[in-house]
Design a protein around this ligand. Structure first.
Ligand SMILES: [Mg+2]
Length: 314
């Protein structure tokens, strides 16, 4: 697959590809800029420090990195990028005038994917960059597919399990509150029986979109837990905040006005929600918080559906 085909394969739109060119000599940057400016978004840095902060802020898709620079060398920069989980997947190609074997071996050892020697040949540089961008996109695409639900495009169970563990540890470390919302579609079996599974799928997609749009902070996560069940992780959110968001979600789903004649909630598709909130302590686990949210969901069902129940664990 070429780059254009790969970009089109992503379930979410992917912005223009970004290349970062790092060299202490502006004239060298200019030469590479000429090669790539028509094809990619080109970022430039004239020092190692600048290169690292650009990588952290703007996450380029590939870095062309000069080796010999005053201050942080290209090797230093590469080591730091590879040591940071946020930047370690960005492929690094060294651009060097010293084509001694020792240097190349060291570059590969610290995590570079390739070498280009100065003076550069535009055709070779362009071909190598495209090759490594294609590899990077393939691994991004695999990760995206592995972490997203194929039908609804929200996070899947695997991603949820990972994020829950991360959020739990962060909340525990910082003594912060964490909320979970477990929810499911009311009488969904009857919906499928009456309207068919294709309508059932369309309904799940519409509900997932409504849930996703209700959640606005970047660290909140909506995931499909299984079947017609969804779950939200709300870091740093107290019980009141979680109850408020649950109400926004419940209202958003009702506002879709998807016909459901077997529903208890006025002939439209509705959801029930269970909320559990806790500051993680040593006796508790992510699983116990999840079980508590599930228990509240059960309460909401028993109380008549189309509502939320919440518990605060101390
Ligand atoms: Mg240099």
């Amino acid at each position: 697959m070429n780059l254009e085909q790969l970009l089109a394969s992503f379930p979410h739109p992917v912005g223009p590809l970004r290349i970062l060119i790092v060299d202490d000599q502006p004239v060298n940057i200019r030469v590479l800029h000429q090669v790539f400016r028509g094809e990619f978004e080109v970022l430039m840095a004239t020092s190692g420090e600048q290169a690292i902060s650009l990588c952290q802020e703007l996450r380029p898709d590939i870095v062309l990195l000069d080796v010999v620079m005053p201050g942080l060398s290209g090797h230093d920069v590469c080591r730091r990028l590879k040591a940071d989980p946020d930047t370690r997947d960005i492929p690094v190609i060294f651009v060097t005038s010293q084509n001694q074997d020792g240097d190349e071996a060291l570059g590969f050892e610290i995590g570079a994917v390739d070498f280009i020697t100065k003076p550069i040949n535009p055709i070779i540089v362009s071909a190598r960059v495209r090759t490594h961008l294609a590899l990077k996109l393939q691994s991004d695409l695999l990760r995206t597919i592995a972490m997203n639900d194929g039908l609804t495009k929200v996070a899947n169970r695997r991603k949820f399990d990972e994020e829950l563990a991360i959020s739990w540890r962060a909340a525990q470390r910082e003594g912060r509150v964490l909320s979970l919302v477990m929810l499911d579609l009311d009488s969904f079996k009857q919906f499928n029986d009456r309207y068919g599974h294709q309508q059932g799928d369309a309904c799940l997609v519409a509900v997932a979109n409504a849930l996703n749009q209700s959640v606005r902070r970047p660290h909140d996560l909506v995931a499909r837990y299984g079947g017609e069940e969804f779950v939200c992780i709300l870091p740093d959110t107290d019980s009141q905040g979680a109850i408020k968001l649950a109400e926004v979600m419940r209202t958003a789903v009702k506002a879709l006005e998807i016909e459901h004649l077997d529903s208890a909630a006025g002939g439209f598709v509705s959801i029930s929600l269970g909320i559990a909130t806790q500051i993680p302590n040593t006796g508790a686990s992510p699983q116990s918080l999840l079980a508590a949210a599930d228990g509240q969901l059960y309460q909401a069902k028993r109380a008549g559906r189309d509502r939320a129940c919440a518990i605060e664990i101390v």
